[in-house]
Design a protein around this ligand. Structure first.
Ligand code: 6PG
Length: 463
């Protein structure tokens, strides 16, 4: 029966949650999964949402169940699976039927798909994990605005709300939505890494146990650092393992997984020559964490780091301030990267709207984002660190960041993300840097020439 207002393909964790969210918001939805048993199980567990869900067993039935002009969301793994699904679906559709890729696609793929598309196509970034998908994600749209406008009423309805405002926004053409999602993930990696580094100071330096560290995060979550990641870090640290009765955090292997979204951001930043050292350091930290055997061999060879820090040497307030400065600097890097992409791709992505769409639903949602949106609206210079409100916060917190990195480094606690953010801050507030030495070296061995302070470029040294 043709009653569905929208269709969805892919009933994995995120797809099933998104489909339930769409039904729960009153839209009739038709669903299909390549494995029929998954579709049947989804329908069987739909409960009171069953009346809004048409479960189909063939792609043809899915298409027929959707009212025209159709819109179909793909929630399939990024990469070839998306292309395969589009190839299977498009021949069944009519000219103005819309395909929406809502997976974690690499934005270059979305650019290509938008260009190759033989019909309407959108790429949307969806953030918030399973809970977000089910109860309100942050949605970042990319593609032709007219196609966004066709489905924005559904996407806004299912999105997270910040004080009643939907966190679903159009970012720009083609891959713009997936690009913004990638930068979101880069900031997410940096946020998570900086929290882990401060956790390391508390655990290894100050000798605090996991539940006490959890209480510290819980306290910080009541202050300016309020955010989803601080909140869950507190809960992770306070959780006791049923099996051993010990803190679960102490039982978790210290090797970070990564599906690659943060890596994409680091690679793209290099292509754009957009400096995002805190984000890149967070990706590197994940790569380093996976080398557990090498790290154990290193400890055996060099001996364990001194680590222990007296609580006069570093205070919890300093750690909170350090995290505040590091967080601001990683957001500043992320927004500056988006600005660089806008210039490079001609997208004009709306920084204030991006800060607003991240205020709820997504993994990096935090109290600071409202002020960031205001700062990016009022402040013509597009680097957040120079926006008055955030410049003031950095002026009052950057020394704590520097002190924590210094003390942690002296005691052998690796702090790549916080350390690179100090370097970013110092580089970005040093008018006369040291790249003149680089230019001299390059000209010496490669005659690459240099500019002179007293005018002109194309100079060579007398070497
Ligand atoms: C989100 C998350 C999510 C994340 C995956 C994989 O916004 O909901 O960013 O999309 O990419 O959970 O995370 P990793 O890259 O850490 O594997």
């Amino acid at each position: 029966m043709t009653t569905a207002q929208i269709g969805l393909i892919g009933l994995g964790t995120m797809g099933a949650a998104l489909a339930a969210n769409i039904a729960d918001n009153g839209f009739d939805i038709a669903v299909w999964n390549r494995t029929t048993s998954v579709t049947k199980e989804f329908a069987a567990n739909a409960g009171e949402l069953a009346g809004k869900i048409t479960a189909t067993e063939t792609l043809e039935d899915l298409v027929q169940a959707i009212t025209k002009p159709r819109a179909i969301i793909l929630m399939v793994p990024a990469g070839q699976a998306v292309d395969d699904q589009i190839d299977a679906l498009r021949p069944l559709l009519e000219a103005d039927d819309l395909i929406i890729d809502a997976g974690n696609a690499l934005f270059h793929d979305t650019n290509r798909r938008a260009k190759e598309a033989t019909g309407p196509f959108l790429g949307i970034g969806v953030s918030g994990g399973e809970d977000g998908a089910r109860f309100g994600p942050s949605i970042m749209g990319g593609g032709d605005k007219a196609y966004w406008d066709r489905v924005s009423h559904i996407l806004e309805a299912i999105s997270a709300k910040h004080k009643g405002t939907p966190c679903a926004t159009y970012m720009g053409p083609a891959g713009a939505g997936h690009f913004v999602k990638a930068v979101h993930n880069g900031i997410e990696y940096a946020d998570m890494q900086m929290i882990a580094e401060v956790y390391g100071i508390m655990r290894d330096g100050l000798g605090m146990d996991a539940p006490d560290i959890g209480k510290v995060f819980e306290n910080w979550n009541a202050g300016p650092l309020q955010s989803y990641l601080i909140e869950i870090s507190g809960k992770v640290a306070k959780t006791i393992d049923d099996k051993t009765g010990k803190p679960l955090l102490d039982m978790i292997v210290d090797a970070a997984g990564q599906k690659g979204t943060g890596r994409w951001t680091a690679i793209e930043a290099q292509q754009l020559a957009a400096p995002i050292p805190g984000i890149e350091a967070a990706v590197v930290a994940r790569n380093l964490s996976s080398r557990r055997e090498e790290r154990a061999a290193g400890e055996a060879l060099f001996g364990p780091a001194p680590r222990k820090i007296s609580d006069e040497a570093v205070t919890l307030d300093q750690l909170e301030s350090a995290l505040m400065a590091g967080k601001i600097l990683s957001y500043a890097q992320g927004f500056a990267m988006i600005e660089a992409a806008s210039e490079s791709y001609g997208w004009a992505m709306p920084l204030p709207d991006i800060a607003r769409v991240w205020r709820a639903g997504c993994i990096i949602r935090s109290a600071m984002l409202d002020d960031m949106a205001t700062a990016l609206t009022e402040h013509p210079d597009r680097n957040l660190m120079r926006a008055p409100a955030f410049a003031d916060l950095l002026k009052s917190n950057h020394n704590a960041l520097r002190e924590v990195v210094a003390i942690g480094t002296l005691h052998g606690t690796a702090m790549p993300a916080l350390a690179s953010s100090v370097a970013y801050f110092d580089a970005m507030r040093t008018a006369r840097g040291t790249a003149n030495m680089i230019q001299g070296q390059r000209d010496f061995f490669g005659r690459h020439s240099f500019a002179r302070l007293d005018g002109g470029d194309g100079w060579h040294g007398p070497w």
